[in-house]
Design a binder for this molecule. Structure first.
Ligand SMILES: Cc1cc2nc3c(=O)[nH]c(=O)nc-3n(C[C@H](O)[C@H](O)[C@H](O)COP(=O)(O)O)c2cc1C
Length: 303
């Protein structure tokens, strides 16, 4: 069976510029969007179209991630986006942000398997033709919650279940038994489990795939420090991670200077440098201190 390789959705990182660079360098085998938050008021279709367009990578399968706790509004959103041509949807039951948790969405739903089931089954019944998947953490407070969480999706014909091996409470802290938790998810689930968490190198991915039984991997932060990471998982790439970062950022600068109306944004370029090199890197420190934030000066700063 072919191993599924997915980028981890990243709100605030997967900007139009990020996606344009990823498209040009062919970095992603498929695209899964950051969450589209669905609350009381449904976003207008015009707003959704505007949001979706830059996230759509030509000729790559697209999955739209939704986040919310209202089964009817989520179902309506799927109907609307399906009419726009979206064929695959992922529901976020993982986000640990305190703002999201306070609203009862994202990772908060792990405490309510019955509601997660209602959300998915409502969509399944009303829009049976779409592919549906979920993104989970292994529990809210404890990985012991996993059996009841996985059972919530029994017989709902999910495309896959992406599982980040930490609990919501664990945030991004180190855990020693991540692999065991993924193994458990694989044992419990009747649908393919995509393993997620701390994959920074192809060896990390091979280790997870070889020892957990996962059907695929999802990499988020690793993709920032090594933009060619997903490509490396399926083909030989003779570019070091450091060289890859430079190629990635220089391509972003090319696009930002060629299409300033679409991509030139100082905050976005700074944010991208922060994600790619980290705040303590010399590259980021030099860019942040530039008096004249021009393409030429930025290029010199990242050498
Ligand atoms: C900046 C940032 C934004 C994220 N945004 C999302 C998101 O929109 N939806 C989601 O399901 N997960 C989101 N995540 C979580 C990642 O997709 C992933 O599950 C998590 O970072 C663990 O994987 P990693 O160790 O490969 O980074 C985000 C993570 C980061 C670092």
């Amino acid at each position: 069976m072919k191993v599924r390789i997915l980028p981890g959705p990243m709100e605030g990182v997967m900007s139009p510029l990020f996606c344009a660079v990823a498209a040009q360098l062919d970095l992603l085998p498929e695209m899964i969007t950051p969450f589209l938050r669905i609350s009381q008021d449904l976003p207008r279709i015009g707003k959704m179209r505007k949001w979706l367009k830059p996230l759509t990578i030509p000729n790559k399968p697209l999955t739209v991630q939704l986040m919310g706790d209202d089964p009817i509004n989520l179902q309506r959103t799927v109907q609307l986006l399906h009419k726009e041509g979206v064929k695959s949807f992922n529901l976020n039951f993982a986000c640990p942000s305190s703002k999201v948790l306070r609203s009862g969405a994202g990772g908060a739903l792990l405490k309510n398997p019955e509601l997660m089931r209602r959300i998915i089954s409502g969509i399944r019944e009303n829009v049976p033709e779409v592919l549906l998947s979920v993104k989970l953490r292994v529990g809210f407070a404890s990985a012991d919650e996993l059996p009841s969480i996985v059972a919530a999706f029994d017989d709902l014909n999910l495309d896959f279940m992406a599982v980040h091996f930490r609990t919501v409470d664990e945030g991004y802290r180190r855990v020693s038994d991540g692999l065991e938790r993924l193994k458990r998810a694989v044992e419990l689930s009747s649908v393919p489990v995509i393993g997620n968490g701390d994959i920074l190198t192809p060896d990390d991915a091979s280790w997870m795939l070889g020892n957990s039984g996962c059907a695929g991997v999802m990499c988020a932060r690793g993709l920032l420090r090594d933009p060619f990471l997903l490509k490396r998982l399926s083909e030989k790439v003779d570019i070091t991670p450091a060289a890859g970062r430079l190629i990635f950022y220089n391509r972003a600068l090319d696009l930002a200077s060629s299409y300033p109306e679409l991509y030139w944004s100082k905050p976005q370029l700074l944010e991208m440098a922060r994600f790619v090199w980290g705040t303590s890197s010399k590259q980021f420190q030099r860019i942040v201190k530039l008096d004249n934030f021009s393409v030429e000066n930025i290029r010199k700063s990242i050498l």
